[in-house]
Design a protein around this ligand. Structure first.
Ligand SMILES: Cc1ncc(COP(=O)(O)O)c(C=O)c1O
Length: 202
């Protein structure tokens, strides 16, 4: 994609709202894949979700295009009421300290093989048509009910919730991205609940 974008003068944007800030065991997926995008969008891990914040990390050439307008103009006038809010920025800095002090990105890298095995333990489970994982992310794709796409996924989501397990559902795919401090025993609990539910759900 990088090569195609370069060939045609297209900006390459990585949406790292989920993958950014350590979820693949390194700070950004761009580093994981060894590809330099022009723009990275980020949010969630930016403040560890403690204070709402999102951001765009951009290549210098984009920054310059925004900031170095012709005289007498200053940067492209844009912004939001709460842009660069000090509370959110303080939360972001504090999150970085915790990530570093507790070695949480490295922890993700150490947990990844265990997590991968747990995701793939659902191989052959009822309704499962695909299993995907990377870093501390897992996707369990379920076969849609006949003519009712998304219904089975929603059903599984609700049953998980009732059992104390919070997952995310996109169509018929159950998506999981647990906290970096998760213990192996808790990973076992997640997949034991999910596998029990898959056995009983229509
Ligand atoms: C991959 C991805 N991109 C973008 C978003 C939207 O992010 P925001 O609500 O910060 O705009 C989400 C939200 O869940 C997401 O998971």
């Amino acid at each position: 994609m990088r090569e195609i974008c370069d060939r045609h003068g297209i900006l390459l944007i990585f949406d790292e709202v989920i993958t950014g800030f350590g979820r693949l065991g390194v700070p950004f997926a761009a580093e994981f894949f060894g590809v330099k995008p022009d723009i990275i969008t980020c949010a969630k891990g930016l403040t560890n979700g403690s204070v709402p914040a999102g951001g765009c990390i951009v290549h210098n050439k984009i920054y310059d295009a925004f900031m170095n307008g012709p005289e007498p103009f200053i940067e492209l006038f844009h912004g939001y009421t709460y842009s660069g809010h000090p509370l959110a920025m303080a939360a972001g800095l504090a999150a970085l300290d915790v990530y570093r002090e507790q070695g949480l990105f490295e922890r993700v890298g150490q947990l990844e093989p265990y997590w991968a095995d747990a995701v793939h333990s659902l191989k052959g489970a009822r309704h499962v048509i695909d299993l995907r994982n990377i870093g501390l992310i897992g996707g369990v794709e379920l076969e849609p009910r006949n003519g009712k796409a998304g219904e089975r996924g929603l059903d599984v989501f609700k049953r998980c919730y009732d059992k104390g397990l919070m997952v995310r559902v996109t169509g018929d795919t159950i998506a999981m991205s647990p906290p970096f401090i998760i213990e192996k025993q808790q990973i076992d609990t997640i997949f034991s609940i999910l596998s029990d539910i898959l056995m009983v759900v229509d």
